[in-house]
Write a protein that binds this ligand. Structure first.
Ligand SMILES: Cc1cc2nc3c(=O)[nH]c(=O)nc-3n(C[C@H](O)[C@H](O)[C@H](O)COP(=O)(O)O)c2cc1C
Length: 161
């Protein structure tokens, strides 16, 4: 039995800022999207990256069946995109500017875009870690600042001091 109170765990980890990405895939010809804050680069050689998904996520159940995953890193002006992708599964792409690029849905105007192929799914408590091969990656030019998730809400970066 854990002695860590889950609410306390959440509150403290809320002080750890994360990026906001939308992980996407085409599954049975339908676009699937899930908002993911746990996206992380893992290895340079070989190029690996990944993210954690709660095991009870319906979206993850679909994403894990795909051959190609897209990672859309959201910009400071894309909080509405994240909100869109928290709606019911069938409505997440409504009103979004997106297209299939290299096999996965790419959302226009993101800070960075990667495509991944599955490498390994690692059990991690009530989550699974999706360890993936990085097959393509690009950043917006000129650079587009990201949106941050911190303290249970969205933030944007302050100008350099
Ligand atoms: C900013 C933000 C970051 C999130 N990060 C993750 C994450 O890393 N892993 C995860 O499993 N869920 C994460 N979620 C929650 C999922 O996006 C959400 O529970 C899921 O899309 C619900 O859809 P589903 O039940 O259809 O899977 C995050 C939500 C937000 C708003």
């Amino acid at each position: 039995m854990s002695e860590i109170d889950p609410k306390h765990f959440r509150n403290v980890m809320g002080q750890v800022p994360t990026t906001v990405t939308v992980v996407t895939a085409m599954v049975d010809d339908k676009p699937i999207a899930m908002v993911i804050g746990s996206f992380v680069s893992v290895s340079l050689d070989p190029p690996l990256a990944g993210f954690f998904c709660t095991t009870d996520s319906y979206s993850w159940g679909l994403l894990k069946s795909a051959d190609v995953l897209g990672v859309n890193v959201l910009g400071a002006d894309q909080i509405d995109v994240s909100n869109n992708c928290m709606r019911d599964l069938d409505e997440r792409f409504d009103g979004l500017d997106w297209s299939v690029v290299d096999g996965a849905p790419k959302i226009a105007g993101c800070t960075a875009w990667l495509t991944l192929t599955p490498h390994q799914v690692v059990e991690a408590g009530d989550h699974e870690f999706a360890l993936c091969n990085v097959t393509h990656l690009e950043a917006a030019e000129p650079a587009n600042e990201p949106v941050i998730f911190y303290g249970g809400g969205y933030r944007t970066l302050a100008p350099k001091a």
